[in-house]
Design a protein around this ligand. Sequence first.
Ligand code: NAD
Length: 270
Amino acid sequence: MPERLGLKPLHELLSLRGKKALITGAASGIGEAIAYRFAEAGADLYLVDIDIEGLKRVKERIESAFGSKVEVFKVDLSSKEEIDNLWSELEGREPDILVNNAGIYVFKDFLEVDESLLDKVMKVNLYAVFWMCQHMISRRRGKGGVIINIGSIEAIMPFARGLAHYDASKAGVIALTRALAREYGREGFRINVVVPGGIRTPGTERLRREALMKLRMDIIKTGINFMSRLPLGRMGEADEVARIVLILATDIASYVHGALIPVDGGFLSA
Ligand code: NAD
């Protein structure tokens, strides 16, 4: 009995019962996996993505497996107007937990990146995180909350050619997380960034298939080099990231703040 030792029981520490969590990019991959684990932990969910059919599929699966309340929102996160509208819809029922997971990764040689690609990548990967955090903090002043942003090992250890634009956007996510952690910790916000390594998701599977079909030797070579350097010797699963995001969202991680947590099979250590 942990109570006898003055300890809160683990099942209570790990519970998200009574919490509302908003997850972006929840129609696929890591975001979808986070939605399943949060639902299992008892949270009610606001799932956000541009892919409404994917969101409906995830909602159905969660409702039949866990019975949590799930609302889905079709939002193009590259549009500030759509982000503002989302938060207007959530007025008075703001989430306790925000996970900024949606992101795009398109390989393009640095010298060929044009304004529209850079603009798009920055808007989805960085500006959306900025605006979502701004809404969350301004709406929940006095109440606090938990924010978890998803960065990438690429922002710390650029490895693949053709991702300079992506790396810059994700480095921004890390800097933003740390700045907000410093500024808002005393107001009851707990803010961290998770940096995944190579994770098998529909997004990375699509890249792998395209690289093989178009014989993109540069991407294929990057993949081989990546695997040969990877201490655990295998790609990660989306659920392996989701489980760490879950820990960060719960009271188990009550003193983890402003941290950058790699979930990368040891890649950054090697
Ligand atoms: P994914 O492509 O499988 O899923 C991303 C989701 O984001 C999709 O459902 C997509 O519809 C949504 N999305 C994209 N653009 C959007 C927009 N404008 N508005 C709303 N939703 C939009 O990706 P994933 O592999 O699960 O990656 C999730 C996050 O993890 C991303 O931020 C990615 O950069 C990061 N990450 C992934 C890996 C990896 O190996 N998979 C590694 C490091 C970081």
